[in-house]
Design a protein around this ligand. Sequence first.
Ligand SMILES: N[C@@H](CCC(=O)N[C@@H](CS)C(=O)NCC(=O)O)C(=O)O
Length: 82
Amino acid sequence: MIELFTADTPNGWKISIMLEEINFKYKLTKVNLSGDQFKPEFKKISPFNKIPVIIDHKHNKTVFESGVILMYLGEKSKKTIS
Ligand SMILES: N[C@@H](CCC(=O)N[C@@H](CS)C(=O)NCC(=O)O)C(=O)O
């Protein structure tokens, strides 16, 4: 299962849209950007203190940077553009 750490911003929306498009089940965890991004436990998964981040619990992988997350999910989905 994918867990998405996100907030109500375009970079966050990009990943929600992708997850919906590829029809993956995911858990959405909201991050309050008024300061929670600087908490040590969040820094462990997001070294630059930014959303979005995903944890792929099944494969024990953490991915940050929206473009990288999109590529990761695209590859996982095995969908092609036609
Ligand atoms: N290059 C990053 C940018 C991420 C980014 O700027 N996230 C913003 C929200 S859209 C953020 O977490 N801001 C909190 C902060 O800078 O403290 C990406 O594409 O993921």
